[in-house]
Design a protein around this ligand. Structure first.
Ligand code: URA
Length: 203
């Protein structure tokens, strides 16, 4: 049976050994923030500080993310932040395809339980995983993609903004686009939830 709550899902993953990243981690970095958030951010994988503290985006990239959130009128505690891969890859290498595949169902389950209206993918791994495409984030950042259950808004990864000077102004600009998108969304009520087939039988 799928977990009923985010806390149940978290508990079920504390001893996860679905892939080899379990061998090197200090702990599973499940996610952080408001479990009822309407906006969710998805990064790549925990780094050194995240692995130690058990919280996503607490290192340098996390500090920049917090600043960018503020620029878009968002507070960290109001959104939900998670990663595609929940355990730190050794030496912060890229997650391997089989590690992404092993962890993807848990990300999708988090999204199912949180039910955000908007998901912002940070960088290539999150964008490709959620879009189901090999497209690079440089081609799609700052654009909107209506998926079955949420609107996807890809953004460059904050770490890319820290390491490539030219990307930082683009990242800041995209967070201003995000601010406008949030204002538009606030003015539009979310679509009514679909009536499920059991209820429909009653009519
Ligand atoms: N980079 C990520 O993608 N996730 C984190 O949690 C930290 C850095």
């Amino acid at each position: 049976m799928p977990p009923a709550t985010l806390a149940d899902l978290h508990d079920s993953l504390r001893d996860c050994r679905q892939c080899r990243l379990a061998d090197g981690r200090t702990q599973v970095v499940f996610g952080d923030g408001n479990p009822d958030a309407s906006v969710m951010f998805v990064g790549e994988a925990p780094g050194f500080h995240e692995d130690r503290q058990g919280v996503p985006f607490v290192g340098a990239a996390g500090n920049l993310l917090t600043e960018l959130l503020t620029s878009a009128g968002l507070a960290r505690q109001d959104v939900y932040i998670a990663n595609v891969v929940k355990c730190r890859p050794p030496e912060n290498r890229n997650p391997a395809p089989e590690e992404v595949e092993a962890c993807k169902p848990f990300l999708l389950e988090q999204i199912r339980l949180i039910k955000p209206r908007l998901v912002c993918s940070l960088g290539n791994f999150a964008t490709q995983t959620l879009l189901g495409s090999k497209v690079g984030v440089s081609k799609v950042h700052g654009q909107q993609f209506q998926l079955a259950d949420f609107l996807l808004f890809p953004l460059f990864h904050p770490a890319a903004g820290l390491h490539q000077n030219a990307l930082l102004p683009i990242l800041r600009e995209d967070f201003q686009k995000l601010k406008q998108l949030l204002e538009q969304m606030a003015a539009t009520p979310p679509p009514a939830p679909a009536i499920n087939p059991v209820q429909m039988d009653l009519f």
